[in-house]
Write a protein that binds this ligand. Structure first.
Ligand code: AMP
Length: 414
């Protein structure tokens, strides 16, 4: 028997209902913020991610799925959403259209991580990228959108953490200070952090090793190194969040896993399972990525919500159908099938009995499917041009003329 690759999953049944709800909510929220959907390839040139996500990030150094295709190209499965959307924005000349522009996607990513609950090798994100807005309002809009998405799903108790990681100017002096700190604390840091201290010191703040976390709690804080522009920008972001009643906490150690961020970064965490707190989404500003990838100078902000983790927090979604069509006695299936076709064309979700099971068994099935109404046609109904309509919730029955059924169901199911 074949088994799915480690760290992947099959989604079906009641779990699928959760995914459909998440995707519907994502689309509704995106529409309410005037975001257009964008779909980009699952595969890209691997160098796209080396350039954008950064060659010292965990994603690029350890987690990317890379292969050589038959044309000897280095190809990567998408590890994150932003780089591909930025590539598409530049390649398709979208920057010449009126700005700002907002795009959203629901797409699968691939990272070779150690699988566990809430961490998979293939996982889905609802992501949004906003191009061409340097105002702190842009960050606020993105964070609000992420929160609205969670609200729509009925998720409570999530916490929004924000930080500013400054621009290249303020980061240079911060990185120097961190390097010095790493040198003085060499014996307390893991091997990876010692490499990070050389290549990209800020990455150390993202280390998951407990001893490093403890040591780095005493490291210099980026807030002490922010230039005036970055400081003012971050203060405004915080002011606007408060003004719009969006609760948040400043987390000075929040740096996020990608190299392309500038100024504001944010992360949303929640208890995804009993006692298990994980990031369920994150994002930030990336004002230099478009130009670094050979596009024009373009201030941008984006975020991505991890749908696999969010699904862990959703209650089982009730599954139901509008109508079950049953036949009784000698009435043949073609009589009820015709009605089913008519109802389906009107947009109702319909199951029609297509087997020779007894009426009793048809009712058992209808209630398993969560049918709101069961419409039964027996010999009398066939003769009179009616159906017997049973309201499964209220347990009431009535006879309805077949050609008035659509009207009846429309008002009853509204
Ligand atoms: P990132 O792209 O790393 O900023 O992650 C954004 C969100 O995607 C995270 O907050 C998680 O909710 C989710 N995520 C990231 N990596 C994984 C993974 N391996 N498995 C499941 N969800 C993930």
């Amino acid at each position: 028997m074949f088994k799915k690759p480690k760290g992947t999953k099959d989604i079906f049944g009641s779990e699928m209902q959760k995914w459909q709800k998440m995707e519907d909510c994502a689309k509704q929220v995106a529409k309410s913020f005037n975001c257009n959907e964008i779909r980009v390839p699952t595969i890209e040139e691997a160098s796209l991610y080396l350039r954008s996500v950064g060659d010292s990030s965990d994603i690029v150094t350890k987690e990317m799925y890379i292969f050589e295709d038959k044309g000897k190209r280095q190809i990567a499965l998408r590890p994150e959403g932003t780089a591909g959307v930025v590539r598409a924005f530049i390649e398709n000349g979208l920057f010449s259209q009126p700005l700002p522009q907002k795009y959203f996607y629901v797409a699968n990513n691939f990272r070779y991580e150690r699988p566990q609950e809430g961490r998979y090798r293939e996982f889905a994100q609802f992501g949004v990228e906003c191009f061409g807005n340097q105002s702190p309002w842009a960050e606020v809009e993105m964070m609000q959108m992420a929160i609205e998405f969670l609200n729509k799903l009925g998720i409570k108790g999530a916490t929004l953490f924000v930080n500013s990681i400054g621009c290249e100017k303020c980061r240079a002096s911060f990185n120097n200070a961190l390097r010095e700190f790493a040198k003085a604390n060499e014996n307390k840091l893991c091997e990876d952090c010692l490499v990070r201290a050389q290549k990209n010191p800020m990455r150390m703040l993202d280390c998951k090793v407990e001893t490093c976390k403890q040591a780095l709690a005493k490291a210099p804080k980026l807030s002490e190194f922010l230039c005036d522009e970055c400081k003012t920008h971050f203060a405004l972001v915080q002011k606007l969040l408060s003004l719009n009643d969006i609760p948040f906490k400043v987390d000075e150690n929040l740096v996020r896993g990608f190299d392309y961020y500038t100024k504001t970064v944010f992360e949303i965490s929640a208890e995804v399972a009993e006692g298990k707190y994980l990031a369920i989404g994150g994002g930030g500003r990336y004002d230099n990525l478009v130009s670094e990838m050979d596009g024009p100078q373009m201030p941008c902000v984006g975020f991505a919500m991890g749908l696999d983790r969010i699904s862990l927090m959703l209650d089982e979604q009730p599954s139901n159908i509008d109508v079950f069509l049953a036949n009784a006695g000698d009435v043949s299936i073609d009589n009820i099938y015709k009605i089913a076709t008519k109802l389906r064309q009107q947009g109702f979700s319909v199951e029609c009995n297509l087997t020779d099971r007894s009426l009793k068994k048809q009712f058992v099935l209808a209630s398993k499917l969560g049918a709101c109404f069961v419409c039964t046609m027996g010999e009398n109904e066939l003769k009179n041009g009616t159906v017997n309509v049973k309201d499964m919730k209220n347990n009431t029955e009535k006879s309805i003329k077949t050609d008035e059924l659509v009207k009846f169901l429309k008002s009853a199911l509204n």
